[in-house]
Every structure is written in structure tokens, then in C-alpha cells.
Design a protein around this ligand. Structure first.
Ligand code: F6P
Length: 324
């Protein structure tokens, strides 16, 4: 292996830059040429590919976003698109790829590897923490801390006005952000896509809680099957039917995707980036470099995509017990 390429794809996540930096510097350390592909798979198709040097990744470890930009490519889903991408890589002599992203990124990488055989290793970059084969994904810790800071602030005003707040956090298919910022933020309830939300129980508990608490925080993952925070708030409000009680909704949205990565995210990103390059050099391919039980581990793309990562067993129980 002589020349590798690195790209970021899908939703950006804080720590992606730290991962790019680790890939570039590990590659140079081992005597490889390294290329950066801008705009993910779209850039691979259009040939938006440039040589990177050690100084190309200076002063980025602390920055959110991704210097290589990101995109969700429709064209790469087609055979013709992937053929164009292959020709671009072939013309530069790229013989190894590091793909930083989530399950959509790995789905594309797996198909591409199976069609053209360029060894590819993924790094788990998504705030959602919904990738099997790694304890945490790059960006998750930062996103949770951003949401937590917002919850703390909302709690102040909720308490001052005796209000019930529904706070919507990201997570289309995963409740990890909701659960962790819910525990950290002392939420009364957390609603997640992994478990059925029992609105009757929520209404009953909120009525009971009113005897001991004047305000409440309910964290809703955007993918909850009962709907978004606005819809859920309306449903609960109608059932509580108390004109003296005020209900408010805050949707945190993309604020959760930005900001300086936490120390945990920078370290995780650096470890995964180094492991991806060294994995390629050691003959690994068609897999993701993650961290499992504290140690670097390679998990096949098939498992990363096909297997679901359940919420930690005690997390939802913890919220129920600690909210009384
Ligand atoms: O996958 C990361 C994520 O932030 C999800 O939590 C969210 O549902 C989605 O991306 C939002 O995507 P976009 O930025 O394209 O609206």
C-alpha cells in the first residue's frame, strides 16, 4: 500500500477533524502518500481529491465540522456513480481508503469494496452513537454535553415559571443522546425510538409529580414513534387538561452538531484514525475501526450496518427511578 485517501460523509460530527488529522499523520508516519477527498462520495465521483501533508491538518484538532466537508450522495447509490468514483481513484493510484461517517457511509463503502476491491476501513463519525462495533461514536460525547448545557439553562427558566418543558434532541433512529442528556440533566421522562412511549403513564406521572414538583423536563428523541416534541406536547397537554399549567417546547436541532469536540471525542477520533491506517497496513479491510470495552476493535461493515446497538440496559430504569 502506497497511497490512501480519506473522506468524511453523512452528518458531520465534532471530532471528525481530529480523526482526519490522525489519519493523515499516521499515514505520513508510515511513509504513505495521503489524499483528502472533499464532499464525501460526491467528491470521489467528481475527482475533488487533493494531496494532504502534515501541515494540512495543523490547528484543526479543536475544531467542529469537517475540513473535508460532507455530503449525502445520491449518485454514489448508482452503479454508474461508483464506476466514476473508481476511475478517479484508479487514475491517482489510490490503494486504500478511510471513510469517516455513519451507517450510510459504511453501506456505500461496503458495496464499493465488494465491487472494486480497494481496501477500505471506516471510522465511526456520527453524533447519534448508533453504530454497532464501537462503545461510542465520534461526536456523541460533544453532542450530549451541548444538549446538557441547554437543558441546564432551560431548567432555570422552567423552574422560575413552574412550566413543563419538552426538549427535542437529535436521533432519528437512536435514543442515545436523549437518554444520556436526560440522565445528566435530571429529566423526568425520556422518550426514545427504541421503546414504546406510554403517553397514559406519562400523563399520570406528570399529574402525580405536580404534588412534589412545580416544573418538569421531558426529553424527546426526534425519532420517537409518538411524533416530534410539538406533537407530543399537544397530546399530553390535552390529556392533562389543566389551564393553570404552561407547556413549552424547545427543539435543540443542529446546535448539537457543532462546537469544539470534547476531550473524549478528540481522543476517540485520534485512536480510530490511527487504527484505521494501521489496520489497512496490516491487511484489514471492509470493516470499521472502533473502540470496544476500551480497546481498539475491527468490526465488519456487514455487522456495523446489520446489527443494532441497544441502549444500555439500566439507562431507562435509571431515569424512571431518579425522577420520582
Ligand atoms: O445522523 C446525524 C443526524 O444529526 C441525526 O441525528 C439527524 O436526524 C440528522 O443527522 C439530521 O440530518 P440533516 O443535517 O441532513 O438534517
Amino acid at each position: 500500500m502506497k497511497k490512501i485517501a480519506v473522506f468524511t460523509s453523512g452528518g458531520d460530527a465534532p471530532g471528525m477533524n481530529a480523526c482526519i488529522r490522525a489519519v493523515v499523520r499516521t499515514a505520513i508516519f508510515h511513509g504513505l502518500e495521503v489524499y483528502g477527498i472533499t464532499y464525501g462520495y460526491d467528491g470521489m465521483i467528481s475527482g475533488n481529491i487533493k494531496r494532504m501533508h502534515s501541515h494540512s491538518v495543523s490547528n484543526i484538532i479543536q475544531r467542529g465540522g469537517t475540513i473535508l466537508k460532507s455530503a449525502r450522495s445520491e449518485e454514489f447509490r448508482t452503479k454508474e456513480g461508483r464506476e466514476k468514483a473508481y476511475q478517479q481513484l484508479k487514475s491517482l493510484g489510490i490503494d486504500g481508503i478511510v471513510a469517516i461517517g455513519g451507517d450510510g457511509t459504511f453501506t456505500g463503502a461496503k458495496v464499493f469494496y465488494e465491487e472494486y476491491g480497494i481496501p477500505t476501513i471506516g471510522c465511526p463519525g456520527t453524533i447519534d452513537n448508533d453504530i454497532y462495533g464501537t462503545d461510542y461514536t465520534i461526536g456523541f460525547d460533544t453532542a450530549v454535553n451541548t444538549a446538557l448545557e441547554a437543558i441546564d439553562k432551560i431548567r432555570d427558566t422552567a423552574a422560575a415559571h413552574d412550566r413543563i418543558f419538552f426538549i427535542e434532541v437529535m436521533g432519528r433512529d437512536s435514543g442515545y443522546i436523549a437518554v444520556e442528556c436526560g440522565i445528566g440533566g435530571g429529566a423526568e421522562f425520556v422518550m426514545v425510538p427504541e421503546t414504546e412511549t406510554d403517553l397514559k403513564k406519562v400523563v399520570k406521572s406528570l399529574k402525580n409529580l405536580r404534588k412534589s414538583k412545580s416544573s418538569s423536563i421531558i426529553v424527546v428523541a426526534e425519532g420517537d414513534e409518538e411524533g416530534n416534541a410539538d406533537l407530543i406536547m399537544e397530546k399530553v397537554k390535552v390529556k392533562i387538561n389543566d389551564e393553570d399549567k404552561e407547556f413549552k417546547v424547545t427543539t435543540l436541532g443542529h446546535i448539537q452538531r457543532g462546537g469544539n469536540p470534547t476531550a473524549r471525542d478528540r481522543v476517540l477520533a485520534s485512536r480510530c484514525g490511527m487504527a484505521a491506517v494501521e489496520g489497512l497496513l496490516n491487511g484489514e479491510a471492509n470493516c470499521m475501526a472502533g473502540v470496544v470495552n476500551g480497546d481498539v476493535a475491527y468490526t465488519s461493515f456487514a455487522d456495523c450496518i446489520g446489527k443494532t446497538k441497544p441502549l444500555k440496559g439500566d439507562h431507562l430504569r435509571l431515569i424512571e427511578i431518579l425522577s420520582i
